[in-house]
Design a protein around this ligand. Structure first.
Ligand SMILES: O=P(O)(O)OC[C@H]1O[C@H](O)[C@H](O)[C@@H](O)[C@@H]1O
Length: 297
């Protein structure tokens, strides 16, 4: 059976290769494992909570309707960091395609975390589509404003934790020349480095990253992950390094920062505003590709 549903999660196995699979927790509709030919592609903390008591530390948490902690909007400012989608149990809507196996999950205020919808009383419908290819994983989101009178203002982001061998031997390509906001320095500048490398805590938001650029994670000259995006202009690059990892109770092992890098495509630099009845769509596609330095023209 290519699709297995339990109370807690949904597992898709590729019909022509049973060593390729994806596991999605209903809590947060969080993809927490993606295996390609038996090899795990995503990082998951060994202390991650999978019981719905906390957002998952690892995999692909979904960030909506606000990225980070907002301090200006009347309602969004009341929500916890990264909003309510990752702390709500989504409804499994079933399978929509046999091959590549594709499933959908839905979230609306009636089933979302009631403590949080009380703070942000908006009408919305989210549909997450997860497609497991034999060589890719695509996660697509549709946001619908189901109100007939009020605008819907939101951010969206796929908080993707990639598994890597060694952060100090890792480079991220094709972000060169992009403007970024450094969340630690609280400063904006243009990144002129040909590739991003890591030797300390990193928390930056690249803005308006050309949609045709594939972001590649390169380990000692070898491409290990390629990330493509549709309708997601911003990209957050995050590694907590030593001290920040120490401070996160659900981040284990404490040396785990060496084996992970978050590359998070989203729309977070400003808000999307949807008129009543309108829909907005976006996706990320994770795959493997030849090295292609598009940033160096
Ligand atoms: O600890 P969390 O709420 O899951 O957030 C984890 C991280 O998410 C993003 O990458 C932000 O840019 C970081 O500032 C934040 O620390």
């Amino acid at each position: 059976m290519p699709i297995k549903e339990t109370d807690r999660e949904v597992i898709l196995t590729h019909p022509t290769n049973d060593t390729t699979s994806v596991t999605i927790l209903k809590y947060g509709a969080t993809v927490y494992s993606w295996k390609l030919k038996s090899e795990e592609q995503l990082w998951l903390s060994t202390a991650a909570k999978l019981d719905g008591t906390k957002p998952v530390r690892g995999g692909i948490p979904l960030v909506f309707p606000v990225f980070g902690k907002n301090s200006t909007d009347e309602y969004l400012s009341k929500l916890p960091q990264h909003g309510l989608a990752r702390n709500s149990t989504w409804e499994f809507l079933g399978q929509t395609k046999e091959n590549p196996p594709t499933v959908q999950f839905g979230l609306k205020p009636e089933i979302a975390n009631p403590e949080l919808t009380k703070l942000w009383p908006m009408d919305f419908l989210l549909i997450l589509t997860v497609e497991l290819g034999d060589d890719h994983l695509k996660t697509a989101i549709e946001v619908e404003n189901t109100s007939n009178s009020k605008e819907l203002k939101f951010n969206w982001l796929f908080h993707t934790y990639f598994r890597i061998e060694d952060i100090e031997g890792t480079m991220v390509s094709n972000l060169a020349g992009m403007k970024l906001y450094d969340q630690l320095l609280k400063e904006s500048y243009v990144d002129k480095h040909p590739v991003v490398t890591f030797n300390q805590e990193t928390d930056v938001i690249y803005q308006n990253v050309n949609p045709e650029r594939a972001i590649q994670i390169v380990d000692k000259g070898v491409q290990i992950h390629t990330l493509k995006r549709y309708n997601l202009p911003d990209t957050v690059v995050w590694n907590p390094w030593v001290e920040k990892s120490q401070g996160m109770a659900d981040f284990e092992p404490k040396t785990g920062y060496q084996q992970m890098i978050c590359i998070e495509p989203g729309h977070v630099h400003d808000f999307i505003t949807l008129a009543p009845g309108k829909k907005w769509n976006a996706y990320q596609l994770l795959c493997k590709e030849e090295l292609n330095y598009q940033a160096i023209q």
